[in-house]
Structures are given as structure tokens and as C-alpha cells.
Write a protein that binds this ligand. Structure first.
Ligand code: SF4
Length: 80
């Protein structure tokens, strides 16, 4: 599994999550941060750091933000 960064991060990009990720798999893109699902070790360290509550385990992502699973994967691959 992976963690996913959803819509609240758009144009927010607080970046506190980047500081705590032990494997450096959170990537900054033009409008939001994303998590590289091929690198995330599912540790959960990033989730409580986000001031806008944009980070979720993939299996607990609110349904309205399900498209962000693909968005994280595609933007991570494009910006790696
Ligand atoms: Fe990084 Fe852990 Fe968050 Fe995955 S769950 S993005 S490994 S801090």
C-alpha cells in the first residue's frame, strides 16, 4: 500500500511532510506535493504533519478524492 496526498494540498504545499519522510518519496510538483507509490514504505509519519489534512492511507482515502491515487502515481513518475 501507499499513502496519498489529496486535494487540500493544491496551492498549499506546506512541505512539513517532506521533512519527516524517511525514504524521501514525497515530491514537489507545480501545484501540490505527491507521494511516489513505488517508494512509500507506508510508515504513516507524514500524515499527522500535514496542517490541511491532505494525507491519507490509500485504503482510507475519502471517495471524492480517489482520483488522487492516479494523480500521485503519475505526477511522481513525471517529476522523479
Ligand atoms: Fe514517506 Fe512514510 Fe509518508 Fe510514505 S507514509 S510518504 S514513507 S512518510
Amino acid at each position: 500500500m501507499t499513502y496519498v496526498i489529496a486535494e487540500p494540498c493544491i496551492d498549499e504545499k506546506d512541505k512539513s511532510c517532506i521533512d519527516v519522510c524517511p525514504v524521501d518519496c514525497i515530491i514537489e510538483t507545480e501545484r501540490q506535493l505527491v507521494i511516489d507509490p513505488t517508494e512509500c514504505i507506508d510508515c504513516g509519519a507524514c500524515e499527522p504533519e500535514c496542517p490541511v489534512e491532505a494525507i491519507f492511507p490509500e485504503d482510507a482515502l475519502p471517495e471524492k478524492w480517489l482520483p488522487f491515487v492516479k494523480i500521485n502515481a503519475e505526477l511522481a513518475a513525471a517529476n522523479a
